[in-house]
Design a protein around this ligand. Sequence first.
Ligand SMILES: [Ca+2]
Ligand SMILES: [Ca+2]
Length: 427
Amino acid sequence: MSLKPRILCLLRLTAVVLAVLGIAACGGGGSSDTGTGASQETPIPDEVPGDPARAYDCGPLDTVVGDVITVSDAAQLASAVATVNAAGGNATILLEDGQYDLDNLLHITAGHVVIRGRSGERERVVIQGTGMSSGVAHVFLVAASHVTIADLSLGEVYYHGIQVQGENGADYLRVHNVRFFNTGEQMLKGSYSGSRGSNHGVVECSLFEYTAAFGPQYYIGGIDVHHGADWVVRGNTFKNIRSPGGALAEFAVHFWSDAENPVIEKNVIVNCDRGIGLGLGERGCAAGLIRNNTIYADDQGLFNDVGIGLESASNVEIYNNTIFLDHAYDNAVEYRFAVSTGNVIVNNLTNKAIRARDGGAALTRNNVTSAQAGWFVHSASGDLHLSQPVASVVDAGERLDEVPDDMDGETRPAGGGYDLGADEYAN
Ligand SMILES: [Ca+2]
Ligand SMILES: [Ca+2]
């Protein structure tokens, strides 16, 4: 190992140690959490984007706020961000198709800002740093509320694609139809200080992936929110968030450090070390709803682990998820530690156990834990739609008011009753 990677590893190790000690260096190494954005009180809009009761559309956003600035290269983009910050926000920056090679992160310090690709095709607008091992820290460092980022790709940075700073009062982040790729640490980070985290975030219709089979190191994850309340994570895909060595990667979706009440639904998670996690160790999560997600992993990971993990998490509802783990780990769902109480786990379809560890408690009903690969359309690519009307699955579940539709948005029940898992089977 050369000197440079050794220093990077030490920085990251410092971040892990601080995190374990409960010190809010969430993002690691010092620079990641050093925001200069002023706290600001932001009025709650009449219609909160991401209301989980509202249907959502994964098409391009057409949202416009305030004045519009259109940019077509990285220098213009940096200049537009500075202009919007200086004006106090309330503006829209539209990016023309192209590649935007950053010299520095984009620091959003003013609220009510929309930044999106103008064409609506996220693959055609790429904002990137200089790689995962050096250079630009993040693409976006968000220190203000009501910031929307949509219809573009971002990646190749040392820490995070987006960091939203709860410690600076940044709430109501909205991420829509964004492709995150190749970040040195977690792809989207919600950081905090003391009792102030980022609340009311919405992340939807986005792709989080490493373009190689593994990430650059183990301190990686997809969405990683500390002390955030009332987030919605829906309709996203997560791929290859796997550790190459040392220890296992963080979850594809993770809320912890006294997080509250996330709704996590209709996500597709493929070949990640861990799927969805609420809490970790003693740093827990109060309430939450995990429904209609599919989680698949093949046997090529080095640190295969649980599909859905609750640790020091209470009053969480885990309904109608499909988990097929094609590796040796024993458990599809775990609930751990004696402070985990009031959890309810119903209508899930898995090929592994749903199990208490370390004194955790949950009510479990109407789950099937003996799924076979042949029950699914194409499990090896992560497509866990039902391929046939398996008798123990189709119409075998119970009605749940919290699950009015399935992973495809199709109304439940079809046929004679609720199916188990994320897909309601239709002939
Ligand atoms: Ca049915
Ligand atoms: Ca369906």
